[in-house]
Ligand binder design. Structure first.
Ligand code: NAD
Ligand code: DAU
Length: 349
């Protein structure tokens, strides 16, 4: 079995690559990544020596390159994670999200279709998507696989579009596809532009914690290791043409999560209780900010037997410990262009 994983040097992708390498020593795993600001080969330093691992630096927006890659390697499957993934960046530069997330996905679909041809036995194209395609919930209800798409940000619109193209290649050309839509992930190796690692880094440095709006928006958090396990289960057991929602049944308002994180950080850093929370600073809300996400993952639990493995309290503590123990990783990824990004995104907000 030879699987192409795109975006394998990013946050979730690196956990998926690690999971497959550790669990399936007889598979060859090729990681295709452009190494944008979000991609970092240091995320894979513990597994890069394995004989069944290969890395290819390349861009999914380059259609000719993808055709050559697929022709050369005869992949049995694709797990597609490569994307522009940060909502705030999609507000400042929407076109980059259309190009990578929509065109890049179509290029991959074209390459798989052209090279696999009619020989589809054992083949699988697995597209990794997000719960944000479903839009925003009010105070009750959950997203199911039947919820209509209603994206609001350029990021979620680009992911929704890519999901539609994947389904179109299944319905029109018979490509064996599967899609999953997951809620917010947290854990090690997440780039510190996303809420949890950004706030951990700011607390370490005693910098303000920029809470958007009133901090009342709700997200449903899942440990990234559990997402990687769900991807394994869906890759091997999911049905062609189906969608599976993945989530932790773990809803937190941003401000409640931030208070919990501050308490954990105070303890781990030996600071007085309440010290980190004093850093909270309410700032201008994100444009088009979705109020609430909540995923109903009962289909995945019922049909394929997947459930999350740990509680949020435990997962968050492990995550904090990882960032505190990997200060070199953190300072490497926050040097250079990160400073410029931070000033543009937060100064004067
Ligand atoms: P990330 O930003 O950490 O990583 C994205 C990776 O894609 C990086 O390694 C980057 O270098 C690579 N990449 C970007 N453009 C590329 C291109 N043109 N060609 C090749 N590689 C390219 O993202 P993430 O948070 O790990 O998300 C991975 C996937 O999971 C995305 O598709 C995202 O939409 C989806 N997702 C993320 C979450 C979450 O909470 N982070 C939740 C649900 C779904
Ligand atoms: O739901 C899945 C999605 O989760 C993924 O598809 C995206 O790739 C991923 O980035 C994530 O999107 P969010 O926008 O929910 O995540 P983010 O960490 O950016 O923000 C989480 C919440 O915290 C959101 O309500 C905005 C808020 N926030 C975020 C940042 C970065 C703040 O209040 N302040 C901040 O500085």
């Amino acid at each position: 079995m030879h699987i192409l994983i795109t975006g394998g040097a990013g946050f979730i992708g690196s956990h998926v690559v690690r999971h497959f390498l550790n669990r399936y020593a007889d598979y060859t795993i090729t990681n295709l990544d452009k190494l944008t600001y979000a991609g970092n080969l240091a995320n894979l330093s513990d597994v890069e020596h394995l004989p069944n691992y290969r890395f290819v630096k390349g861009d999914i927006t380059d259609a000719d390159f993808l055709m050559r890659l697929f022709a050369e390697h005869h992949f049995d499957g694709v797990i597609h994670l490569a994307a522009e993934s940060h909502v705030d960046r999609s507000i400042t530069n929407p076109t980059a999200f259309v190009v990578t997330n929509v065109l890049g996905t179509v290029n991959l679909l074209n390459a798989a279709r052209a090279i696999w041809g009619a020989n589809l036995e054992g083949k699988r194209f697995y597209h990794i998507s997000t719960d944000e395609v479903y839009g925003s919930l009010g105070s009750d209800g959950m997203f199911t696989e039947e919820t209509s798409y209603d994206p609001h940000s350029p990021y979620s619109a680009s992911k929704a579009s890519s999901d539609h193209f994947v389904r179109a290649w299944h319905d029109t050309f018979g490509l064996p596809v599967v899609i999953s839509n997951c809620s917010n992930n947290y854990g090690s190796f997440q780039f510190p532009e996303k809420l949890i690692p950004l706030f951990i880094n700011n607390i370490i440095q005693k910098k303000p914690l920029p809470v958007y709006g009133k901090g009342e928006n709700i997200r449903d958090w899942l440990w990234v290791v559990d997402h990687a396990h769900a991807i394994d289960v869906i890759y091997h057991q999911g049905k062609n043409g189906e969608t599976y929602n993945i989530g932790g049944h773990n809803e937190w308002s941003n401000i409640a999560l931030i208070r919990l994180l501050c308490r954990i950080m105070d303890t781990k850093l030996g600071r007085a209780v309440g010290e980190s929370e004093k850093l909270v600073s309410y700032v201008t809300d994100r444009a088009g900010h979705d109020l609430r996400y909540a995923i109903d993952s009962s289909k995945l639990q019922r049909e394929l037997g997947w459930i999350p493995s740990i509680t949020f309290a435990k997962g968050l503590e492990l995550t904090v410990e990882w960032y505190l123990g990997n200060s070199e990783w953190l300072s490497n990824v926050t040097s250079g262009s990160y400073q410029h990004y931070y000033e543009e995104m937060y100064c004067g907000r």
